[in-house]
Design a protein around this ligand. Structure first.
Ligand code: B12
Ligand code: SF4
Ligand code: SF4
Length: 399
């Protein structure tokens, strides 16, 4: 594989324009780091980068790449320019909190098949952890300077968090569209505070993907292109955002992912460096929950939806909720070809007391598995069959 530029070289430090000691920006950075953030940078909002980002957002939406995320189109104007959201804002504080590498989770086996859950999701919800720290930071900023105005966001408002973090020098946009910090990689969450103070411009990180295309090549659904990530192909979108029955042809593309997808991050050379160094400032809140990190798929067929919903409390998995997590388990069992689970899936499909959407998913999975159980025609028998006049799809497309 072609390495990303400099991915193996010693860590570079994120380059900020140095604030004057004792000033507001130095104070904010010191407090942010004390509150557990790994990186803190600043950017003025009157920067042409915002226009470049806005144009990319428009073209992404016009191409329909947002799928059914109507909230992206409804808030596009605000996402394009945070000054529409907070007309008094002239600057932004960008913050990054890294997740530590999780301990190895229980392996999947034919006897106990397990699904995959994105690293960020089987632990405490970053919205809560970062949200709490952000509120404290905002409070301290206002005590330092009572004339300050500050609006916080951690994926909780229509704020272009990645673009602002890029402008503040926290990282560069990888081909996967993930923001990459040369020291920390990609695994982490971003947050932003819009302020009525104009910081000096930061020096953005130059792109360091080099000739690497690992994420593009590894994406199981070919979702990544020069235009960005097409959500309509992205496993993360279907498993997290789409809380409705799947359109035809989607479920079989989701593999064994139950919630989110980490493939484009797992293959990124910048993460290999980061996990080797494990440089996370405060790993304390991030303790993965083993039963959620590698779910026992068969047990989710019989667990009560409410109980699973409750078990996911305090984690991002709660966003999908018990019903759609159980649906994902049905789909993953079919995609993994676990024929031994077919009777349990058929039993779930027949339960009148279960949600019809879950029963439909179970019926779909049972049907796919019964097709696998049917004896395959013997090679000799195949030879005797008349040749089809129709062109045959390649094996990969036949599933
Ligand atoms: C919608 C959304 C999704 C959608 C769409 C993904 C996407 N790539 O847009 C879906 C559901 C698929 C998704 C998936 C994931 N997401 Co998401 N998602 C968001 C959300 C809410 C908005 C992103 C957005 O605006 N998309 C629109 C497109 C057009 O934006 P974009 O791809 O970022 O493109 C920008 C860049 O291309 C930029 N750009 C590119 N080149 C250049 C060059 C210059 C010079 C400039 C100025 C700009 C620029 O301009 C574009 C417009 O802003 C943000 C939170 C937020 N409020 O920002 C989180 C966010 C991006 N997601 C995040 C995460 C962690 C994920 C997942 C890893 C979760 C998982 N494990 O499953 C996956 C990763 C998939 C991927 N490769 O992107 C993190 C990313 C952290 C990081 N280091 O980058 C964010 C920031 C949430 C957070 N607060 O931490 N996500
Ligand atoms: S999250 Fe998964 S499906 Fe989405 S772009 Fe990355 S590798 Fe592809
Ligand atoms: S895996 Fe993707 S994002 Fe990471 S360095 Fe390679 S091309 Fe860039």
């Amino acid at each position: 594989m072609i390495e990303a530029e400099d991915a193996q070289s010693p860590a570079t430090t994120t380059r900020f324009s140095a604030p004057m000691p004792g000033d507001l920006f130095a104070y904010i950075r010191a407090e942010a780091l004390a509150l557990g953030f790994d990186l803190c940078g600043f950017t003025p909002l009157d920067d042409p980068a915002l226009e470049i980002s806005a144009a990319r957002l428009t073209s992404w939406i016009e191409a329909g790449m947002h799928g059914d995320m109507g909230w992206m189109t409804e808030t596009a104007a605000l996402r394009a320019d945070p000054r529409r959201l907070a007309p008094w804002a002239v600057g932004a504080v960008a913050l990054w909190r890294a997740f530590p590498a999780p301990p190895a989770s229980s392996p999947s086996s034919p006897q106990r098949p397990r699904g995959r859950v994105a690293r960020y999701a089987a632990q405490r919800d970053y919205h809560n952890v970062l949200g709490k720290a952000l509120k404290k930071l905002r409070q301290r900023m206002l005590s330092f300077d009572p004339s300050l105005q500050a609006r916080i966001s951690v994926d909780s408002g229509p704020v272009p968090e990645r673009t602002l973090a890029y402008m503040a020098g926290l990282g560069f946009f990888g081909r996967s569209t993930m923001l990459i910090n040369p020291r920390l990689g990609t695994y982490g969450a971003l947050a932003v505070i819009l302020i009525n103070r104009r910081p000096p411009p930061a020096v953005p990180e130059p792109n360091r993907c080099g000739r690497c295309t690992a994420c593009v090549d590894a994406c199981p659904t070919q979702a990544i292109s020069a235009r960005g990530v097409d959500a309509r192909r992205c496993i993360s979108y279907w498993t997290i955002e789409h809380r409705a029955p799947y359109p035809e042809g989607v479920a079989e593309r989701l593999g064994d992912w139950i919630f989110g997808c980490d493939v484009c991050q797992a293959v990124c050379p910048w993460n290999r460096r980061a996990s080797a160094a494990d440089p996370v400032a405060d790993p304390a809140p991030w303790r993965p929950r083993p039963e959620l990190a590698a779910p026992d798929l068969v047990s989710w067929l019989t667990v009560e939806t409410e109980a699973l919903h409750e078990a996911a409390r305090g984690t991002p998995l709660r966003r999908a909720g018990g019903l759609w997590l159980r649906r994902a388990a049905c789909v993953a069992l079919a995609n993994l070809g676990v024929t031994a689970a077919r009777p349990a899936l058929a039993a779930l499909a027949a339960r009148a007391d279960e949600d019809p959407r879950l029963r439909a998913a179970a019926a779909w999975a049972a049907l796919r598995l019964s097709a696998l159980e049917r004896p395959q025609p013997h090679a000799d028998a195949q030879e005797q069959e008349p040749a089809s006049e129709e062109p045959q799809p390649p094996p990969s497309a036949r599933r």
